[in-house]
Design a protein around this ligand. Structure first.
Ligand SMILES: [Mg+2]
Length: 137
């Protein structure tokens, strides 16, 4: 389980998916601080405290990462993050609509903790979030 004060960073461009994650966290009574980045570039700025973004400090205990993002794909974000000595150890779970084996393989190449295909129903989504967080050490 996450400690209650630890921040979760959600990197997601889709408004409906953002709301779904927020609702699923709430349903699971996860009240951790949640920061939301709409692009990979915005997420990097938040992690580094650049471009007018307040730095997430201490760094997030968990990043939930969509892969299909504007400007910089989730895989490009992973590459950049793993190249940064200050950020490379961060723990990441991919949460994506892509069930493509090549996306899955690329994500695991960058040492993600898990790869979850976004469930279609809210109940399944809630269970997926519960499973992620129950197994979190
Ligand atoms: Mg997306």
């Amino acid at each position: 389980m996450l400690n209650a004060h630890e921040t979760i960073l959600l990197v997601e461009d889709d408004r409906v998916d953002i709301m779904t994650v927020q609702r699923a966290l709430k349903k699971n009574e996860i009240g951790n601080p949640l920061r939301i980045a709409r692009t990979g570039l915005e997420a990097l700025s938040m992690l580094r405290g650049e471009d007018g973004f307040e730095k997430i400090s201490p760094p997030p205990a968990l990043i939930l990462l969509d892969l299909n993002l504007p400007k910089m794909s989730g895989i490009e974000f992973l590459r950049e993050l793993r190249d940064d000595p200050e950020l490379k150890e961060l723990r990441i779970i991919v949460l994506t609509s892509s069930n493509e084996p090549k996306d899955r393989a690329a994500a695991f190449e960058y040492d993600v903790d898990d790869y979850i295909v976004k469930p279609h129903s809210f109940d399944e989504f809630t269970r997926a979030i519960a499973t992620i967080l129950a197994l979190w050490e």
